[in-house]
Ligand binder design. Structure first.
Ligand code: ADP
Length: 328
């Protein structure tokens, strides 16, 4: 599917001002300090991703940035405007895709776009003229008159994305845009986001999917407990925090006539000598290595053990920095 791009961003190549600058952001709910001094600056035209476990403060940071909740302290400039003082004016130049779709279920696709466009003071005739383009971008050309209830989850997400473009935003903010979507629907959203980024729209997103962050982001930051733990390009963040290669070891390990044990028992005896660092999670030993050759040679001689050898990725960094314990 190819579609004309419904944004009006400047792609002339001149350096544009940052669409979002956050300095020293603090947010407290009662005694609970959920954002504890965050600094962020987005470059115009980039994709920036906020990663963090549940409760890290990602949504609160976005809500403060958009002027939807008042910060306890800090300075925010959104599209050049001070927030919260001029949040309403700033939001006129921003597109928002919330975590939970809030399309009007009683309206058709066209009516949803029309009503949303009116919030921005766009004339009905101008919105109507643009609707075919927006629906094409969302791959919903044939759904103009369909009611929201009849759409699949993926279609609703795409319509919410198209709706967020109705005002030709400079900055598009998406809170977990692909949560709950099947792989096909995720790929379509990624494709559309890449198209927007290529054409100059700045994108700020949160996600729990490391592959999504790695594919889309120019820069990312990992948050936990209201603080930034690291920030940079995906490649730099991986190189800074993790050995370049990972061998995940699992399966059975022969135990000299005493039955078999699993990878954790193997790791207790051998992993320290054969890897730069290792972690046990459940029945798997994660071995982080600069030179995998000695470990792989050793594993080749252990018939019950199985392993997966792969390059280090963002999920390894995420788990190293935020831990493997479950969050609510
Ligand atoms: P994330 O998006 O990273 O999962 P959130 O920003 O939603 O994290 O939440 C961060 C913390 O702030 C959580 O502990 C959450 O319970 C708390 N929190 C969020 N919104 C409110 C609110 N309106 N009142 C009180 N606590 C809140």
């Amino acid at each position: 599917m190819s579609a004309a791009l419904p944004v009006g961003s400047d792609t002339s190549g001149e350096v544009r001002p940052s669409p979002l600058i956050i300095r020293g952001l603090v947010k407290r709910y009662g005694d609970n300090e959920v954002v504890r001094g965050i600094d962020l600056e987005l470059a115009a035209g980039e994709c920036f991703t906020l990663l963090g476990p549940n409760g890290a403060g990602k949504t609160t940071t976005l809500r403060c940035a958009l002027g939807l909740t008042a910060p306890t302290a800090g300075d925010i400039r959104l599209c050049g405007e001070p927030v919260p003082a001029r949040a309403r004016e700033a939001r006129m130049r921003v597109g928002i895709v919330p975590q939970i779709d809030n399309l009007d279920p009683d309206f058709t696709c066209t009516e949803n776009l029309l009503v949303y466009g009116r919030y921005f003071g766009i004339k009905d005739a101008d919105i109507r003229a643009r609707i075919p383009e927006l629906l094409a971008f969302a791959g919903l050309e044939n759904k103009a008159d369909a009611r929201i209830q009849s759409l699949s989850g993926g279609m609703k997400r795409r319509l919410t994305l198209a709706r967020a473009l109705v005002n030709r935003p400079e900055l598009l903010v998406l809170d977990e845009p692909t949560t709950g979507l099947d792989p096909q629907a995720r790929h379509l959203i990624w494709d559309r986001l890449k198209q927007l980024i290529r054409n100059g729209t700045t994108v700020l997103l949160t996600t729990h999917f490391m592959d999504e962050a790695e594919r889309l982001s120019d820069h990312l930051a990992i948050l936990d407990a209201g603080r930034l733990l690291t920030a940079g390009s995906p490649r730099d963040v991986i190189a800074q925090h993790i050995e370049p290669q990972v061998v995940e070891v699992f399966g059975e390990w022969g135990n000299a006539g005493n039955g078999t044990a699993g990878a954790p028992a193997w790791a207790a005896q051998h992993a320290a000598a054969l890897s730069d660092r290792f972690e046990i999670s459940g029945e798997t030993a994660f071995c982080y290595v600069r030179d995998p050759a000695p470990l792989l040679a050793h594993l080749a001689a252990q018939p019950g053990l199985r392993y997966l050898h792969r390059p280090a990725n963002l999920e390894d960094v995420f788990l190293k920095l935020t831990g493997r314990e479950l969050r609510d």
